[in-house]
Design a protein around this ligand. Structure first.
Ligand code: FE2
Ligand code: FE2
Length: 349
């Protein structure tokens, strides 16, 4: 389906099946922030003429500033309170992610470097061994130590396992504000991590390690927003039940800020590399990410949701960015195949 933004005339090609499933729907233009209205029932393209599919990366475009929202002083005060709560919040998991990222990025890194990452935390060691012995890596019952795992799997995979083991507790919390059970965000994050790596391996293999870690942490901002949403739970539930809203839209309406921005600010505070922070901030609107990882994580996010590894609340409300589809150079049937590959990999894990 081809759609054109009425404000900035940005063209979108969104594969069928990857649009929000509401009969009358809308999504935010990645370029100018305009709410683009869709009438799925009408089923007509809003842009006439043939579309030449392209494997080329979309041309960078001048960004039109988003329409300003009617921010009140109250919303601004709330946003600063949320931002203040991020200051100085650097849990041990931050160090694990940074160290694992550094080890994966350094071809000269050895077993000793990896051991240093996990030696301080027996819990992470135990979880890492459990993952290393999962069906996903095909080594069930064979991995008995971290050293052994690094020999069998290599540094990059071991770095992934350490990231997973380190961040498991952080992402596995119950989200009372959002009304999500524990495990939901973890399963979604894991699926997006696996999907991001899979997409990166097909398009830019050198980014596979970063893609995995970024996929794993892309929605971590929800952890930080949950308590603020819980404080205004009734208002949040009212917003969400007033009409089909994605959680992202609900956050913005209630708090004036969303989990993608909060997650990115938190990771900046933790000192994570910009290469990971920017795609986190833009995973819902990858055109502004300025990086290939933004397209990859965005596509993995939508495919994971479509494959049943979403939040179960708003999975049909996020359309896939046509910029991401063009970046990957996929046709509709290829997207369906990749979606199945992601689901198979997550099931094994
Ligand atoms: Fe998100
Ligand atoms: Fe997500």
């Amino acid at each position: 389906m081809r759609i054109r933004c009425p404000r900035c005339h940005m063209n979108y090609r969104i594969p069928r099946g990857f649009l929000s499933q509401r009969e009358k729907s809308s999504f935010q233009c990645e370029k100018c922030g305009e709410q683009i209205q869709l009438d799925i029932a009408a089923g007509k393209d809003s842009v006439p003429g043939p579309h030449a599919s392209s494997c080329k990366r979309p041309e960078p475009q001048t960004r039109i500033p988003p329409k300003s929202s009617p921010d009140s002083a109250k919303v601004e005060a709330l946003k600063s309170r949320i931002r203040m709560s991020l200051m100085g919040f650097i849990p041990p998991v931050a160090h694990v992610i940074m160290r694992a990222h550094a080890v994966m990025a350094d071809p000269r890194a050895g077993i000793r470097d990896l051991a240093q990452v996990i030696e301080t935390d027996p819990g992470i060691t135990a979880r890492a061994l459990k993952v290393a012995n999962s069906a996903y890596y095909g080594l069930s019952g064979k991995v008995t130590s971290i050293t052994h795992a690094s020999v069998l799997l290599g540094n990059r995979v071991l770095g992934e396992i350490i990231s997973m083991a380190g961040i498991r507790g952080f992402l596995g919390e119950k989200l009372s504000g959002y009304g999500l059970d524990s495990e939901i965000l973890w399963r979604h994050s894991l699926a997006v991590a696996i999907g991001s790596r899979l997409l990166a391996e097909k398009r830019c293999p050198e980014m596979a390690g970063d893609a995995f870690v970024t996929g794993l942490i892309h929605d971590a901002g929800m952890i930080m927003l949950d308590s603020h949403i819980y404080e205004k739970k009734d208002a949040f539930d009212e917003i969400m039940s007033a009409g089909p809203h994605s959680l992202l839209e609900g956050e913005k309406e209630l708090l004036g800020i969303d989990h993608a921005v909060v997650g990115a600010e938190m990771f900046r505070e933790w000192g994570l590399p910009l290469a990971l922070v920017k795609p986190v901030q833009n995973h819902h609107f990858p055109l502004s990410s300025g990086g290939d990882l933004g397209y990859i994580v965005h596509m993995a996010d939508i495919l994971a949701r479509k494959g049943g590894y979403g939040t179960g609340v708003d999975d049909t409300l996020y359309p896939m960015s046509s910029s991401a589809v063009e970046f990957m150079g996929y046709e509709d049937d290829e997207l369906t195949t990749v979606e199945a590959e992601i689901c198979e990999a997550v099931d094994k894990m």
